[in-house]
Write a protein that binds this ligand. Structure first.
Ligand SMILES: Cc1ncc(COP(=O)(O)O)c(C=O)c1O
Length: 386
């Protein structure tokens, strides 16, 4: 592998660039996952994760990607015949509806066109119409269009009225934007290691409320690996996982959580806001159109429409080959129409300016006239606050 290949700047919406400290943590010797060293490691992870999830409640870690975490959360709560309210506004929220369907649940989807999100009023109205509801399953930030729900803080009150659970897929947003789990009254929050936490892929981390814990511990489900009752029991009583954990990833997660807390969660969220602002302002100034409506724009996934005559594959290849910058295209019906930048984890002045520079020069390569210098100077000013 040559140097260029190794040193790419990974600006896709996860996995993100992993800090050296986190990478090094994975080279520690293997330990007994039923011994005291692992117990300490797991306890540390739980304590730190509680601060990042802003919860006093249960934290469990699954050796699986985010999908496993989301599917586990849903499968441990939703049963055959249960009504589940799901705002659908992208590929990941569509998948959530599919997980509910697979269990035999009844997904009640409130759809919004790509680039926007269902409003709180629409969700509330549907809820009042259906009334018998087992859970709200909400993707806080749908990574496929780069769209964020901006009313998550209000949903728990509604759920309370209907004695329903709130399950939140926060895979592409937790630690990059606000999500105080306890304050907002969310029952299960799921995230994954490879996004805003800036650890390598392979772990799903779940915050589980007392109410959800009580339910899960009594609930009979036909699952072995993703049986959350076992994870809760093992993590609380023994500081272990029921099955062999991906130990090097646990080391990495522990270090990544330390980095979040050393920076301070609120400062980290603010940094994501500022870097997002720099991306949106600069690319709009270059004449590009953000894909998402202003009120639903994400700070962690920045998506822009391609101008006519720019071919997605060629554009991104140009960025990667000439600048070592890797961004993502769209998927599903957005393939070829948008590009997406992961504004996650370590993202800082260097990441933004390098990515912007590469995009602006590439736009010129593809025939667009762009005032690169002025745009970069403005971005530098915005980024002074980081
Ligand atoms: C919002 C959201 N949910 C779920 C997932 C699935 O996570 P994973 O690919 O880690 O299984 C992703 C991955 O990008 C995501 O962005």
């Amino acid at each position: 592998m040559d140097y260029q290949q190794k040193k790419k700047l990974l600006m896709i919406p996860g996995p993100t660039n992993v800090p050296e400290r986190v990478l090094h943590a994975m080279t520690k010797p293997m330990i007994n996952h039923r011994g005291n060293e692992f117990h300490d490691l797991y306890k540390n992870i739980q304590e730190k994760a509680r601060k990042v999830f802003e919860t006093e409640q249960n934290i469990v870690v699954l050796s699986s990607s985010g999908t496993g975490g989301v599917e586990a959360a849903i499968s441990n709560i939703v049963k055959k015949g249960d009504n589940v309210i799901i705002p659908v506004f992208g590929e990941f929220s569509r998948r959530v509806a599919q997980y509910v369907r697979l269990i035999g649940g009844n997904p009640i989807c409130i759809e919004a066109p790509l680039g926007s999100a269902p409003s709180f009023e629409e969700v509330k109205a549907k809820t009042e119409e259906v009334r018998k509801i087992k859970a709200f399953c909400i993707v806080y930030n749908d990574t496929s269009p780069g769209t964020k729900i901006n009313w998550l803080d209000k949903i728990a009150n509604v759920a309370l009225d209907f004695n329903a659970f709130t399950i939140v897929d926060a895979v592409s947003i937790l630690a990059g934007d606000e999500l105080p789990m306890d304050k907002w009254g969310i029952d299960i929050v799921v995230t994954a290691s490879q996004k805003c936490l800036a650890a390598p892929p392979g772990l799903a981390i779940l915050g589980i409320s007392e109410k959800a814990t009580k339910y899960v511990m009594k609930n009979e489900i036909h699952l072995e690996y993703f049986n959350l009752a076992k994870y809760i029991e093992y993590s609380n009583l023994r500081k272990e996982t029921p099955y062999t954990p991906a130990v090097p990833l646990f080391y990495a997660l522990d270090e990544a959580l330390s980095l979040v807390l050393e920076e301070g969660l609120q400062r980290r969220i603010q940094r994501h806001r500022i870097t997002a602002k720099a991306f949106y302002e600069s690319l709009e100034a270059a004449g590009l159109k953000p894909f998402v409506k202003p009120e639903a724009r994400s700070n962690t996934v920045i998506s822009f429409e391609y101008p006519e005559n720019i071919e997605d594959k060629k554009f991104r290849e140009n960025l990667e080959k000439n600048f070592g910058v890797v961004i993502a295209g769209g998927f599903g019906e957005l393939r070829g129409k948008i590009f997406r930048i992961g504004n996650m984890g370590e993202v800082n002045r260097y990441h933004v300016l390098t990515t912007l520079n590469a995009i602006l020069i590439s736009l010129s390569d593809f025939g667009l006239k762009v005032e690169n210098e002025e745009i970069i100077q403005n971005a530098r000013r915005t980024l002074e606050a980081v």
